[in-house]
Design a protein around this ligand. Structure first.
Ligand SMILES: C[S@@+](CC[C@H](N)C(=O)[O-])C[C@H]1O[C@@H](n2cnc3c(N)ncnc32)[C@H](O)[C@@H]1O
Length: 208
């Protein structure tokens, strides 16, 4: 993402955060425990919403401009657990096999270059029984007008919005990576363009 997008990101997302995302993030993150890794953490919108009882949080963000905002958020947020910052891409998490209890991905699996590769990495670093907590915007149902719009707009959208894809079938990809889907909610994101609205959020487990 460009420096400009990184600077404006929180302002651009403010309406959506207030309308739904803050509430959804809080409810999802309440499931976190133990050692947690968040990928593509952006400006750190989730940071203040982690439950105080987790042991350790590793936030990673590959974009240098976003990472600077994230560092500021880490410095200004009082949390009860140890927090570290890394620059890992989702496709290459420099974390030991089976060393993490929970991985968090919010609005990231739309943007990674290799979604299947990222999910394989998440699966690798999770302990058996560990969980992926996801909140992602996804493809609309195929055959609908919205899906046609998504396909039309996607080539331009990817260029202006940091490689954000509109037509990824992320729920299916999570299952294909070997996870068991334990919870999924499908709901429209609010205060975003119609082609970004379809979303999923929930919890997938690495079989124990
Ligand atoms: C739409 S922002 C979401 C930020 C944050 N997760 C949130 O919920 O507000 C997408 C983020 O994914 C990051 N990203 C893009 N490609 C990535 C990759 N290959 N691996 C990890 N993160 C990536 C971007 O740098 C950006 O910070």
């Amino acid at each position: 993402m460009s420096r400009l997008i990184a600077m404006l990101y929180d302002r651009m997302m403010q309406g959506t955060e207030l309308a739904c995302l803050q509430q959804w993030r809080g409810a999802l993150l309440a499931n976190c425990y133990g050692r947690v890794l968040e990928i593509g953490a952006g400006t750190g919108a989730s940071l203040p919403l982690y439950p105080p009882g987790i042991d350790e949080l590793l936030v990673s963000e590959p974009d240098p401009a976003m990472r600077r905002q994230l560092q500021r958020r880490i410095d200004s947020t009082r949390v009860a657990f140890a927090t570290a910052l890394a620059d890992y891409q989702g496709e290459r998490l420099l974390v030991d096999d089976e060393s993490v209890d929970c991985v968090v991905s919010s609005l990231v699996l739309c943007s990674v270059h290799n979604q299947a590769g990222t999910l394989t990495e998440i699966f690798r670093v999770l302990k058996p029984g560990g969980q992926l907590l996801f909140l992602e915007h996804v493809a609309a149902q195929e055959g609908t007008g919205r899906h046609r719009w998504q396909r039309l707009v996607e080539p331009l959208w990817k260029r202006v919005a940091g490689n954000c894809h509109l037509t990824r079938c992320t729920e299916q990809a999570i299952i294909e990576a070997g996870f068991e889907l334990a919870q999924v909610q499908r709901e429209s994101l609010r205060k975003v363009p119609p082609f970004v609205r379809p979303s999923i959020r929930g919890l997938a487990r690495k079989p124990g």
